[in-house]
Design a protein around this ligand. Structure first.
Ligand SMILES: C[S@@+](CC[C@H](N)C(=O)[O-])C[C@H]1O[C@@H](n2cnc3c(N)ncnc32)[C@H](O)[C@@H]1O
Length: 706
């Protein structure tokens, strides 16, 4: 066995991460193929997965092979189309038939089930990728486009849940266990699917991405930063007790001016990509070969179930939930799905056998046998298991729901992806639909009768308490995945429950983030920004917010859409533990003061100057008066990219004149598409600049400049 020479303590867990996620980019230490075996894994799954001996051998062989790299073209629709065509027409012809060190190297392959050819698989040894002249060039292209956010590395199976969720721009979406955010990014792209390369049309819908791990919410924020969205929020709560969110009371004609009660917010789409034992990632996390134990999955069942049940109670009628894991274990998959269907009425599994057709899959299991202990003791029924515990008196670790249900629930509609089917990791997906009641709901309007069984907060609490009790016999005291092979923490999760309660009641419990506060629409700074950029009268000034309790525009101004505004104004930020909301659009320029329009002529009435941020520009652009945008060309862009603060005199006459006529401060420039001296701009590029007395600077970050 090959071991690294690293001394000192081993990394905690399979990946050192609190959970397993196919997209966590850490791999275990290398392991020889001959060491890739685990008798328990073999014995447990050989009979569970309903595949014959030969196929099981192929399954294991593929598990011993490294996982191919996969990536998704993820920019706006136009960028994606341009890049796909570049890959197909420019790179693929050069990468076909390449031989490296006498080995034929396969060309990149479009994943046949991913819509519009936007996802690719690369089965190339690292050495060839870095050293073969053909692949080296392609590698640089991938690295560059990944840096600027047009390409996202993501495991093939991890791309599936968002596809099955089918998010539209008007949907209200919750991603319950979202960090580090690969699927969140995909959901965000769907929410913004109608946006073009230059302008974001603010989607009417909403995406809340949540994770209970505070540190990991920062990964989530970082990962989603390349698609700034006024329709996006990040929260940091335990998904199994995700608080009911409210919308403000409406003053409608029907209520004849009377204030109605706040209404609970129901979701159209919910993703439950729950923490799991992660043995489907064995090709990448080879340490699983050494540490695998069925108790890892047994211990997570209760938490997974509570997260799914909570999602079901927050879904509107007609809405969809995708439940997914990267585990092969039926106890974490079909057993959770079955118990959720049994306990929350009104739901069914969607038959997705005709969706994403080229995807090779296996149906969900209807029979399985849970196993207990390090020596894999199997029990046909829960009763037998209970009887085995010191004459029936021991503490139960497994619940009845670990075993298959007695009733027919359509579990074969679940999807199992095995590594050997199409050279991927292992994965599990179930798509739930909340059945509509016979009183058909009207599209886009959520009325009381459309609400699922449980918008009643009091009832939800009772159910949650029951679930917490159930968790006490089955669940590790932490909500994170146990280290594979580690003994389960079998004590009651009383502390966990107390912590959750504190969190639910908004107690001060370590939540130190600043609140978002809406700025008065007539605030002089907002007014000044509006005047400076000639913003159209319909610019949503009432959706501008800042991050401090006083609502003081001291540093940054953020913009949300109406729905995010509604959620922020009707819910205590501490109760829902808001990490971010909306998009940063303007930022105070240090040392800059401007005279307020209509103020005293002598300049006595001044306000701090704010500049437009590049990440906020696509959101603000539709409101900017086109007349104030400075049109220029590629040589100007080149000069601005090459030099940090080029003097005005360094530019062509026209640009010098146009900029020279403007006051110093923040401005917007459009670089027209076209080609000059071998440089080609395939589309117009609109970017912010800062003009000082004698120089101009492009206000984008270093990475983007590169
Ligand atoms: C499988 S990972 C999610 C991967 C993510 N969906 C993606 O695509 O990048 C599971 C996540 O659940 C989080 N988690 C664990 N317990 C949780 C809980 N009770 N509530 C919310 N999140 C939880 C973990 O911190 C982890 O980030």
């Amino acid at each position: 066995m090959t071991r690294s020479k690293r001394k000192g303590p081993r990394k905690k867990g399979r990946t050192g991460s609190p959970t397993t996620n196919p997209d966590d980019d850490r791999r275990d230490e290398p392991l020889q193929k001959s060491d890739m075996k685990n008798e328990k894994f073999d014995a447990y799954y050989r009979n569970q997965l309903a595949i014959d001996h030969d196929e099981w051998c192929t399954f294991l062989d593929v598990c011993r092979e490294p996982l191919p790299s996969t990536f998704r073209i993820s920019g706006s629709r136009e960028t994606a189309a341009v890049l796909t065509s570049v890959v197909e027409k420019t790179y693929i012809p050069h990468l076909t038939g390449v031989v490296f060190e006498d080995q034929p190297i396969p060309a990149p392959l479009a994943l046949p089930w991913y819509p519009n050819g936007l996802a690719w698989q690369l089965n190339v040894p690292k050495k060839a990728l870095r050293r073969s002249p053909e692949f080296k060039k392609f590698h640089s292209f991938l690295v560059f486009e990944t840096e600027v956010g047009n390409i996202t590395r993501q495991e093939a199976v991890s791309m599936l849940p968002p596809l099955f969720l089918d998010v539209k721009p008007h949907h209200i979406v919750l991603d319950m266990c979202a960090a580090p955010g690969s699927k969140t990014s995909q959901l965000l792209e769907s929410l913004h699917s109608s946006q073009s390369i230059l302008e974001s049309s603010i989607p009417p819908g909403l995406l809340i991405a949540n994770d209970s791990d505070y540190k990991r919410t920062h990964l989530l924020i970082h990962q989603t930063a390349r698609l700034p969205s006024p329709a996006f929020m990040v929260t940091n709560v335990d998904a199994s007790i995700f608080p009911t969110l409210f919308l403000p009371p409406e003053n409608t004609a029907e209520s004849s001016g009377r204030k109605t009660r706040p209404s609970p917010l129901l979701f159209d789409r919910i993703l439950c990509d729950v923490p799991c034992s992660g043995d489907g990632t064995i090709r990448k996390n080879v340490g699983i070969w050494k540490k695998w134990n069925p108790m890892d999955g047994n211990g997570l069942h209760a938490l997974q179930l509570r997260i799914l049940q909570r999602a079901m109670r927050m879904l509107r009628q007609g809405g969809k939930i995708v439940y997914s894991t990267c585990s092969l274990n039926p106890v974490e998959n079909e057993a959770v799905v079955a118990e959720a269907l049994r306990t929350v009425p009104g739901f069914e599994l969607v038959d997705v056998s005709e969706s994403l057709l080229p995807l090779v899959r296996r149906p969900g299991l209807t029979k399985w046998l849970p196993s207990v202990g390090r020596d894999l003791k199997y029990f046909e029924t829960h009763e037998q298991y209970l009887a085995s515990l010191s004459g029936g008196k021991g503490t139960a670790r497994l619940a009845r729901s670990h075993w298959p249900p007695a009733e027919e629930l359509g579990l074969e509609r679940c999807i199992r992806i095995y590594p050997h089917l199409q050279d991927t990791g292992g994965f599990f997906i179930a798509v739930f639909q909340h059945r509509r009641s016979t009183a058909a709901p009207r599209e886009g309007k959520r009325t009381a009768e459309e609400e699922p069984e449980e918008p009643d907060v009091k009832k939800a609490r009772v159910d949650e308490d029951e679930d917490v009790m159930m968790a006490s016999v089955t669940e590790p005291s932490t909500s994170k995945c146990p280290e594979p092979g580690s003994p389960l923490v079998e004590t009651a999760s009383v502390q966990g429950a107390q912590k959750q309660k504190q969190q639910q009641t908004g107690g001060d419990y370590v939540f130190k983030e600043m609140p978002y506060t809406f700025v008065s629409p007539n605030d002089p700074i907002v007014e000044n920004c509006k005047q400076q950029f000639s913003l159209a009268p319909d610019f949503p000034s009432s959706n501008v917010l800042v991050r401090n309790p006083a609502g003081e525009p001291a540093r940054s101004l953020y913009l949300t859409n109406d729905l995010v505004r509604a959620v922020l104004s009707a819910n205590d930020y501490k109760r829902i533990r808001i990490m971010t909301a909306g998009t940063k659009i303007f930022m105070r320029q240090e040392g800059g003061f401007g005279r307020r329009e209509g103020g005293a002529e002598d300049g006595a009435e001044t306000v701090p100057r704010f500049r437009l941020l590049s990440e906020g520009l696509p959101v603000v652009l539709p409101y900017i008066n086109p007349k104030i945008i400075l049109d220029t060309d590629i040589p100007t862009l080149r000069r601005l990219l090459e030099t940090y603060y080029p003097l005005l005199t360094a530019f062509g006459e026209a640009f010098q004149r146009d900029v020279g006529n403007r006051p110093s401060g923040s401005h917007v420039v459009r670089f027209k598409a076209g080609g000059v001296d071998g440089a080609l701009l395939t589309h117009d590029l609109v970017l912010p600049i800062w003009k000082s007395t004698s120089s101009v600077s492009l206000m984008i970050d270093k990475k983007a400049k590169r």
